[in-house]
Design a protein around this ligand. Structure first.
Ligand code: AHR
Length: 378
């Protein structure tokens, strides 16, 4: 009798389970009543991208981060793991190792400086994870350690800028030996610093300008201010401050004005000319229109869609171009120089106007600065 009781209990459990299973198979999670359909819609797998960003040192960097974040969204089929390295290579190496541990599909790195990547990139290669380098370059013995690179030709930016300065001097009868330039450099060892410093040195040697100082400015406003303050005391003859980005230029302008000097293109009348790179924020273009910055060589930060295009190519089994340079402009409000020539190629100078600034401001407000991409985006 006891035996019969147990068997009855087992049987009822079995029947209940069979009923529940049948219901599960019939309705699934979506509640669909059609028999034979899978229980759940197969979820689309997100492509996981680990992005190691340099930091948040400049307006350029913020626009670059925004460009990446706006593309690598779940809606576009991605999961983005974003790591801000706060300008430290050790943090970037830690981030890359953690991406490897998490078995991401792609690693994207904006390297703070060029050297010191061999070991960690080899680790990513051994793990079979493709690495895309963006913005600045890496200096590694074997370029097979990364899939490809996309970014700016920083030396070309500098050479365009220097050609503009040369022609400005010609048009205003300013003798080369009367030009005293202080170079407020970016983060030492970063491609943007190396290229911009080198471009200036080549031109100074060729045209006979004096470079009175090279000081590190780390691409920040604070350092730009501090450096200029000291340079003004040390080099009273300094009449051109060559800032390796806009944030340094904002600091330099403030320091010059705080010291009771005037910023502007009229060197002969004692003004101090400020030159800069990036041209990302409308405020920088406004400074050009106001003659606080005489010329800006553009550095384009909108790499999100470019990196995505590379990933799509890799997903399709195609080989992306190994090195992809982006098109960049030169901005000035001085209308006597329409273009400059570097290595036999002509580059137009874009005249900054209220309309151009308004357009840039509207793009910023709409959060769609990346609407207009240069022609060479895939
Ligand atoms: O590598 C690009 C440079 O980095 C930008 O010119 C500068 O603003 C940024 O910090």
């Amino acid at each position: 009798m006891k035996k019969l009781k147990v068997s009855a209990a087992v049987l009822s459990c079995f029947l209940l389970l069979s009923f529940l299973c049948a219901c599960g198979a019939r309705f699934g999670n979506s509640g669909t009543a059609d028999a034979g359909e899978p229980a759940t819609e197969p979820e689309e797998k997100l492509t996981v991208v680990g992005f190691s960003q340099v930091g948040a040192e400049s307006d350029w960097r913020s626009a670059n981060t925004e460009s990446m974040k706006s593309v690598f969204t779940e809606a576009n089929g991605y999961e983005l793991i974003f790591e801000d390295a706060q300008q430290k290579q050790t943090n970037q190496i830690m981030a890359i190792r953690s991406f490897i541990q998490q078995e991401v599909d792609y690693i994207v790195v904006a390297p703070v400086t060029e050297t010191g990547w061999d070991t960690v990139l080899q680790e990513a290669k051994d793990a079979g994870i493709p690495v895309i380098i963006v913005d600045r370059m890496v200096d590694v013995p074997n370029s097979n350690l990364f899939e490809c690179w996309v970014g700016s030709d920083f030396e070309l930016e500098a050479r365009k800028m220097c050609e503009w300065l040369r022609w400005f001097c010609v048009k205003h009868n300013i003798d080369a030996k009367d030009i005293y330039i202080a170079d407020i450099q970016g983060t030492i060892g970063a491609s943007a610093q190396i290229g911009r410093t080198r471009g200036l040195k080549i031109a100074a040697e060729e045209y006979g300008w004096n470079i009175v100082a090279e000081v590190e400015g780390e691409f920040t406003r604070t350092k730009g201010y501090e450096a200029t303050q000291q340079l003004l005391r040390k080099y009273p003859k300094m009449n051109v401050v060559y800032c390796e980005n806009d944030n340094e230029a904002f600091g330099a302008i403030e320091a010059i004005e705080d010291a009771g000097r005037r910023v502007g293109s009229n060197i002969k009348a004692g003004e101090i000319m400020v030159l800069s790179f990036d041209g990302v924020k409308p405020e920088a273009l406004q400074d050009v229109l106001d003659d606080s910055i005489s010329c800006i060589a553009e550095c384009n930060p909108l790499h999100g869609p470019r990196v995505e295009a590379i990933i799509q190519k890799l997903e399709n089994g195609e080989t992306p171009q190994k090195y992809e340079y982006v098109d960049e402009d030169v901005f000035s409000a001085y209308d006597q120089i329409e273009s400059v020539i570097v290595d036999s190629k002509e580059y137009p100078i874009t005249q900054v106007s209220e309309a151009l600034i308004e357009k840039r401001r509207a793009e910023f407000d709409a959060g769609s600065y990346d609407e207009e991409l240069p022609d060479n985006v895939y």
